[in-house]
Design a protein around this ligand. Structure first.
Ligand SMILES: [Zn+2]
Length: 210
């Protein structure tokens, strides 16, 4: 998923689809903004989300699908993130108005752990499936006489007990190849992701020291 927030660098390319599965598009955008700021109030998040929107409307009035994101929506997203311990807030009473102001910040360690554990879980599930497919490889002759397991095929010298023709692996060979390539693709993604995480951690440290 690509973020469409202008001028906002997407800090972590895999964060979006992991969080999207758990929440929704607005929440993903809000979380990305939190990650780019050490602390931010909800109204500023709304402003960033809607930046450049009025300008766009006058230039292309026919594009009515561009919708302003309301403060209410952003707050809902923040609560969702808070419920999942992905964001926290600091409450300060405004001396002039008497109202509370909420300063939001991301809980980076939790976000990082969530992304990594989700990726690892997907890889683990695929490996279990692969293992199952491999253990259940069937061998069959060209005529399609009774398919047998690897150990039986081995015992028969890889020859069909009915017609004597050579036995070959049955259809799940394709599934296995597909699973193997998906696993290695995900492992590569995880590796890149861990490098990206390293990068964002360094940036957050820098922001905290400023
Ligand atoms: Zn046969």
């Amino acid at each position: 998923m690509q973020l469409e927030v202008e001028g906002l660098e997407v800090p972590y390319s895999q964060l979006d689809d992991v969080i999207l599965k758990l929440t929704d598009e607005v929440t993903v955008k809000v979380l990305n903004i939190l990650l780019e700021h050490r602390e931010i109030i909800d109204e500023d998040i709304v402003n960033i989300l809607n930046e450049g929107l009025d300008q766009n409307e006058t230039e292309t009035p026919e594009e009515d699908n561009i919708v302003r994101i309301a403060l209410k929506e952003v707050r809902k997203s923040l609560y969702k993130l808070n419920e999942r311990s992905l964001a926290r807030y600091r409450r300060v009473r405004d001396k002039e108005t008497g109202y509370f102001v909420y300063y939001w910040s991301p809980i980076w360690e939790r976000i990082r752990d969530l992304i990594v554990s989700r990726r690892k879980l997907t890889i683990k599930k695929l490996k279990q499936r692969l293992d199952y497919e491999q253990r259940n490889l069937l061998y069959v002759c060209e005529e399609g006489h009774t398919p047998v397991t690897f150990s039986d095929a081995f015992e028969f010298g890889f020859l069909c007990t009915i017609c004597g023709q050579e036995l070959a692996q049955k259809e799940n060979a394709e599934t296995i190849t597909a699973l193997q390539s998906k696993i290695s693709e995900l492992e590569k993604i995880l590796k890149t992701g861990l490098e990206e995480i390293q990068g964002i951690e360094e940036r957050m440290e820098k922001a905290a020291n400023n």
